[in-house]
Design a protein around this ligand. Structure first.
Ligand code: ATP
Length: 219
């Protein structure tokens, strides 16, 4: 489902964050990526989510070699991957009501008419009550906003879900609810998962396998 082969990426070409990193996730597989702070896990997650162009290497997503990132990524690839980050407030437009936030990818891909049906299915699945849907991000808690961000990540039915420290700032019961929502989505659809984090106990329990980021990248 996802293949990174010899990928070098970072924020300064002279001193990349990581060099020659490879990682493979099969269709339907859940892989946990563990590593110390600053090693480049988020950068790798952003490369895999087509949000950050690597300097070198090959990325194959859903059987197609990726040749463009961000707005240059082809739509069929962009919609094959859903991504959710650690900080929901940085990932949410503060002007949007939760209902529009969740439906945003549908609007952006010209599928606005699907929004009512998708919202009706997703909001209970992520544990959001209808009264929250008309609120804006500043009127809900971090946990509630993260639930909305997960619904947004699932709204286009991605075949690969990337959770970058999705639960790092949440309490135990919200963590369990979000992991449960991801897992029931995966059980229904067969989607693959890349879960990035620090919490070995959580990732070991959640994923089919975990990989540790060593001096030469994940192994
Ligand atoms: N936009 C940016 N511009 C310049 N450097 C950056 C930028 N974002 C991250 N970095 C640097 O890139 C390196 C890798 O960061 P990254 O966020 O990928 O690590 P991480 O393993 O996810 O860390 P953490 O576990 O703390 O989230 C760090 O040294 C970081 O300071």
């Amino acid at each position: 489902m996802l293949e990174l082969d010899g990928v070098t990426a970072g924020h300064d070409r002279r001193t990349p964050v990581f060099r020659d990193v490879s990682l493979r996730i099969e269709a339907g597989e859940a892989v946990g990526l563990l590593g110390p702070s600053g090693c480049g896990k988020s950068t790798l997650a952003r490369v895999a989510a087509l949000l950050h162009r690597p300097y070198e290497g090959r990325v194959v997503l859903a059987g197609e070699e990726v040749r463009g990132w961000r707005h240059r990524a082809p739509r069929d690839l962009r919609t094959a991957v859903g991504v959710i980050f650690q900080q929901p407030r940085q990932a949410a437009d503060p002007r949007l009501r939760l209902t529009d936030l969740i439906a945003e990818p549908l609007r952006a891909t010209g599928r606005r008419t699907e929004a009512p049906a998708r919202l009706a299915e997703l909001t209970p699945a992520v544990g959001l009550t209808p009264d929250l849907l008309t609120r804006r991000p500043h009127e809900v808690s971090d946990g509630q906003l993260q639930r909305a961000c997960l619904a947004r990540a699932l709204v286009l039915r991605p075949r690969l879900l990337i959770c970058d420290e999705m639960t790092a700032m949440l309490d135990a019961s919200t963590t369990a609810a979000l992991v449960g929502a991801v897992e029931s989505y995966r059980a229904r659809t067969g989607a693959a998962l890349l879960a990035v984090g620090h919490d070995r106990t959580l990732l070991t329990r959640w994923c089919d396998r975990t990989t540790d980021w060593g001096p030469a990248g994940p192994r």
